[in-house]
Design a protein around this ligand. Sequence first.
Ligand code: GRF
Length: 216
Amino acid sequence: MKSIVILISGRGSNLRALLDAVADPALAVRVAAVISNRPAAAGLDVARAAGVPTAVVDHREFGDRQTFDAALAECIEGFGAELVVLAGFMRILGDAFVRRFAGRLINIHPSLLPSFPGLDTHRRALDEGVRVHGCTVHFVTPALDHGPIIVQAAVPVLDGDDVELLSARVLAAEHQIYPLAVRWWAEGRLRLEEGCVRLTPPADVAPVTLISPTVV
Ligand code: GRF
């Protein structure tokens, strides 16, 4: 059975989707621990309710990024995880950390990268007037929100959308693609090879999603 560690900072809805997915014994994955940089993260309760070990590495207790990153890395390695899954983890990780976990560190971002890296993605998508928005699971590299893309889901931007409506639609898609990516990894079908994502078949997602503009 392969083991993963999930890193969170907040409410933990992606964490919950991942825990639901790994509850399926056919998916031979064990969540070794959920680690938060915030002691009050609601997601910690989600983990505890599922009987998953939790740990807190509070960034405020460290003088600089390097010492925080090093403590976090040691905490992760203490749980013996093979894959590190960032699920709403709101700290930028330094180069040394990213190199240490290269090829086994993945993130989910609420936009179709490379559009809208960084924060406030739904507001920015609405302001730009894009008709297609979505989310991305990617390997983490030192460049923020720019790593090799594993899987994306597109959602339409509908007339009358506000941040709340759009973010809920994207979040529902996040909850589908993150467990999918972890399943691919658990099945030994997903790897990073010379900076490129390799997925061995079958690629069990619809090949194309067509989204037409709103007809008025
Ligand atoms: C998600 O939108 C994720 O894409 C982003 O942070 C948010 C975390 O939400 N990185 P949750 O804590 O998983 O509910």
